[in-house]
Design a protein around this ligand. Structure first.
Ligand code: MN
Length: 238
């Protein structure tokens, strides 16, 4: 049985094909996968666990729940779009929420899992906004608003982010290699897996003269990017 890693599905009822792919992927996982790690941005947006129905995401919750019931261990790390996923969601779907980053062991090797946006340290605007929204003060104030108000706020935040993205270079929105190395050193890993940048690749480099790897998952807008781990080997497909 394999372990799979996915990220950046950005599920949204306006793109039903991605939801359909997710459903097929989850249905096919029975007997093939032992564990699934979702490394953030499963949803295009999440406005709180009481807003899932308003966003039209009940079907996705049901897919996760039935797959978890069938025996798949499903783990979730927050993305910058769905950082408001909480304990109610976890309870409803049977998934387990992990902190970002999370250290796991594959074979005998430690591997660091992260959504990836914290690695993009050159994007000061994103890091500043992230810092503010991660505070419990911001979260409580936001979650205290009505579902309609939250939907409106999320929509205007998305428009604002799309506009400001146009002024940023690809390099600025990618990970900062020095920061990647710093984090890997801190956690004592030679392997890191993340999403967020939507640039699927296997980056090989030397970390203090030792070969290291960074696996980047792609999004699910036009492909189904999945990283599999089986018998000591990784394979990135999409
Ligand atoms: Mn992201």
């Amino acid at each position: 049985m394999s372990i799979a890693f996915i990220a950046d599905l950005h599920l949204d009822p306006v793109r039903p094909e991605s939801t359909q792919w997710f459903k097929e992927f989850m249905n096919n996982s029975t007997g093939l996968l032992s564990r699934l790690y979702i490394l953030g941005d499963l949803f295009e947006v999440w406005i709180g666990d009481d807003g899932g129905d308003a966003l039209g995401q009940r079907a996705v919750e049901n897919i996760i729940k039935s797959t978890a019931n069938a025996g798949l261990d499903i783990f979730f790390i927050h993305g910058n779009r769905d950082f408001l996923i909480g304990d109610d969601f976890a309870k409803r779907t049977g998934c387990k929420i992990l902190p970002d980053p999370t250290l796991i062991t594959l074979g005998s090797e430690p591997v660091l899992l992260t959504h990836g946006d914290t690695l993009c340290t050159d994007d000061i605007e994103h890091q500043t906004a992230r810092k503010e929204m991660m505070t419990s003060k911001w979260k409580i104030a936001f979650l205290n608003k009505s579902v309609t108000e939250r939907m409106d706020t999320a929509r205007s935040m998305r428009t604002k982010s799309e506009t400001s993205k146009k002024t940023k270079s690809m390099e600025m929105m990618d990970v900062n290699q020095q920061h990647v190395e710093k984090v890997m050193r801190e956690y004592g890993v030679l392997t890191m897996i993340h999403g967020h940048t939507h640039k699927p690749a296997v980056h090989e480099f030397n970390l203090d003269n030792v070969p290291a790897k960074r696996y980047v998952l792609g999004d699910w807008y036009t492909q189904k990017s999945v990283l599999y781990y089986d018998h000591g080997r990784f394979s990135l497909r999409g």
